[in-house]
Design a protein around this ligand. Structure first.
Ligand code: GDP
Ligand code: MG
Length: 275
C-alpha cells in the first residue's frame, strides 16, 4: 500500500493534471480515497470509463455530483476511438489558465502533461493505447515501476505518462469488494459467488425491479420473497433444480453481459461531502 502510494506520489510531481479513471458502473467504489489525499491541489478530471455499460441516467447524475464537488468529469467508452478527442478537449478546458500563461510568456506551443490513475481493470491501458492511437502502452495489471519515464505524445501540446498510476481498491469495505467482484473487476475467487449473486439480486430488486421482472418473467408478487428464497425460486425456474451455486454463477455473468441492461451499482451519497 505504502509502496503504491509512493510511486503515485513520485509520478504526480511530473504532471499538470490527473486523469482519474473510474468504472462508470461504480463511480464511487472504483475510486481510491488515497488519491484525493495525495493529489492535493493538482487539477483532475474524473473519467467515467465503460460508460457504455453503465446506466446513462446514473452517469449523468454522477457527473452533476462530481461537478458540484468541483471536479470536471467525462463519460467515456474507451473502446471507441472517436470519443478520445473529448479527453484532449476537457484537459485544455481545465488547464486553460496554465495554457494561456504559457502563450503569454511568448511560447510557440503550450505543453501539458497528464497521468492516468486508477484501480486495476477500469481501462487505464485501453485509454493510453487509444490516446496515442498505437499499441505502445502495455495491458496487464502489474503495479509497474518504470525508472525512465516515457512520455506518449497525444498531440503537439499534450503528453501523457506511458505507465498509469495503479492504486488498489478499498478492499476493507466489504460492499465495495462485493460490487467489484460482481462486475468482474477483482478475482472471482476472493468472494463467495452466492454472496455476490445475492447482493446483485438485492440491488436489482431495489433499483431495477422492472428489469428483473422482465428478464425472468416474474410477477410483482414474486418480489415479496426474501432474497435467498427468490434466488432458489429463480434457480428452479431456470431449470437448474436446486443448484444454487450454478445459478449464482450464471446470474453474475448475466449482469456483466448486460442481460439486465446498462446498470450502475453506486448511488450518489446523500449530503456527505466527497473528494
Ligand atoms: N465495455 C467497455 N470495456 C472496456 C472499456 N475500456 C476498457 N474496457 C475493457 O476492460 C478491461 C480492462 O481494461 P484495461 O485497459 O486492461 O484496464 P486497466 O487494468 O485499468 O489497464 C479490458 O477487457 C478492456 O477491453 C470501455 O470503455 N467499455
Ligand atoms: Mg493496465
Amino acid at each position: 500500500m505504502a509502496k503504491a502510494r509512493n510511486q503515485v506520489q513520485e509520478k504526480l510531481k511530473l504532471v499538470d493534471i490527473v486523469l482519474e479513471i473510474v468504472d462508470a458502473r461504480l463511480p464511487a467504489s472504483s475510486q481510491n480515497p488515497m488519491l484525493a489525499e495525495i493529489i492535493e491541489q493538482k487539477p483532475k478530471v474524473v473519467i467515467l470509463n465503460k460508460a457504455d455499460l453503465a446506466d446513462p441516467k446514473a452517469t449523468a447524475a454522477w457527473q452533476a455530483y462530481f461537478q458540484q464537488q468541483g471536479a470536471a468529469s467525462l463519460a467515456l467508452d474507451a473502446q471507441h476511438k472517436s470519443r478520445l478527442p473529448q479527453i484532449d478537449k476537457i484537459v485544455r478546458q481545465v488547464l486553460k489558465d496554465k495554457i494561456a500563461r504559457q502563450y503569454a510568456k511568448g511560447l510557440q506551443q503550450a505543453k501539458v502533461r497528464a497521468i492516468c490513475i486508477g484501480i486495476p481493470n477500469v481501462g487505464k491501458s485501453t485509454i493510453l493505447n487509444r490516446l496515442v492511437q498505437k499499441n505502445i502502452a502495455k495491458t496487464g495489471d502489474r503495479p509497474g515501476v518504470t525508472k525512465n519515464q516515457q512520455w506518449l505524445k497525444v498531440n503537439a501540446e499534450f503528453e501523457v505518462l506511458d505507465t498509469p498510476g495503479i492504486l488498489w481498491p478499498k478492499f476493507e469495505d466489504q460492499t465495495v469488494g462485493t460490487k467489484l467482484a460482481l462486475l468482474g473487476s477483482i478475482k472471482d475467487s476472493l468472494y463467495a459467488q452466492d454472496d455476490v449473486a445475492l447482493f446483485g439480486l438485492n440491488y436489482l430488486r431495489q433499483y431495477y425491479d422492472q428489469r428483473l421482472l422482465d428478464a425472468y418473467h416474474l410477477t410483482s408478487k414474486d418480489l415479496t420473497l426474501s432474497d435467498p428464497d427468490l434466488m432458489m425460486y429463480l434457480t428452479k425456474k431456470t431449470g437448474l433444480k436446486e443448484d444454487y451455486d450454478q445459478f449464482s454463477t450464471r446470474f453474475i455473468l448475466d449482469v456483466r453481459k448486460g442481460r439486465f441492461g446498462r446498470l450502475t451499482f453506486d448511488q450518489i451519497p446523500e449530503g456527505a461531502p466527497h473528494a
